[in-house]
Write a protein that binds this ligand. Structure first.
Ligand SMILES: NC(=O)c1ccc[n+]([C@@H]2O[C@H](COP(=O)([O-])OP(=O)(O)OC[C@H]3O[C@@H](n4cnc5c(N)ncnc54)[C@H](OP(=O)(O)O)[C@@H]3O)[C@@H](O)[C@H]2O)c1
Length: 173
C-alpha cells in the first residue's frame, strides 16, 4: 500500500535519492528544501504524486507548518526522513563556535523540531516511522580528528528517536 513520505533536504544528496526511490516505488512524497526552485523538476516529472514545500529545518515554526501541509495535501503521514544535514568535517579546534552551533542547529535541533511536529500525528494514526542517519561512531585513527563536531551534532538524534519508538507501534510495518 502506498505510504506518505515527508523528506527534508530533498534538493540533493541522500534526501534526493530517497525521494526518487519512494516515488519510483509508488509512494507519495512531500519533498522539502530550503529553496523550492530546486524541487521544481520533481513536480514536472511526477505531478500530484509529489508536493513540495520550503523548509529550513532550523525553523521550528516552518516544521510545524510543513507537517500540516502534508496532512492537508495527502490526508496522512507515514514516514518522516530527516535527511537535511550540515557536515563541516573540521576538527574541534579548527571549527568556529558559530560553525559548531550551525551543525547542532541543523543536525540535532532540525530533527527535534520536525519530530515534535510529526510524532503526535504518527501516534494519533496508530503508527509511523521517523528516520535519520546514525553517525555516532568515531574511528580510532587520524580521520577521527575531522569528525568531532559533526558527529557530536548528530549523536543526540537517535536517542530522541528511540524515545518515541515504544509509542509508535511499528508492528503494522
Ligand atoms: N552521504 C553519506 O554517506 C553520509 C553518511 C553519514 C552522514 N551523512 C550526513 O548526512 C547528511 C546528508 O548527507 P548528503 O550526502 O545528502 O549531504 P549533501 O549532499 O551535502 O546534502 C545536504 C542536504 O541537506 C540540506 N540542508 C542543509 N542544511 C539545511 C537546512 N538548514 N535546512 C534544510 N535543508 C538543509 C541541503 O540543502 P541545500 O541544497 O539547500 O544546501 C541538502 O539537500 C550530511 O550532513 C552528511 O554529512 C552523509
Amino acid at each position: 500500500m502506498p505510504k506518505i513520505f515527508l523528506v527534508t533536504g530533498s534538493s540533493r544528496g541522500l534526501g534526493r535519492e530517497i525521494v526518487t526511490a519512494a516515488l519510483a516505488a509508488g509512494h507519495r512524497v512531500m519533498a522539502t528544501g530550503r529553496d523550492p526552485r530546486a524541487l521544481e523538476d520533481l513536480v514536472a516529472a511526477h505531478g500530484d504524486q509529489v508536493r513540495t514545500a520550503r523548509l529550513d529545518v532550523t525553523d521550528a515554526e516552518a516544521a510545524d507548518h510543513v507537517v500540516s501541509e502534508t496532512i492537508d495535501a495527502f490526508g496522512r503521514l507515514d514516514v518522516v526522513v530527516n535527511s537535511a544535514g550540515q557536515g563541516d568535517r573540521a576538527s574541534l579546534e579548527d571549527t568556529s563556535l558559530e560553525a559548531f552551533r550551525r551543525q547542532i542547529d541543523t543536525n540535532f535541533y532540525g530533527t527535534v523540531y520536525l519530530s515534535r511536529a510529526a510524532v503526535p500525528v504518527l501516534r494519533r494514526q496508530g503508527g509511523g516511522r521517523e528516520r535519520g542517519y546514525e553517525q555516532v561512531g568515531i574511528p580510532r585513527n587520524r580521520a577521527a580528528r575531522a569528525l568531532g563536531p559533526e558527529t557530536a551534532s548528530r549523536g543526540g538524534r537517535p536517542l530522541i528517536q528511540r524515545s518515541t519508538v515504544p509509542t509508535l507501534d511499528a508492528r503494522q510495518w
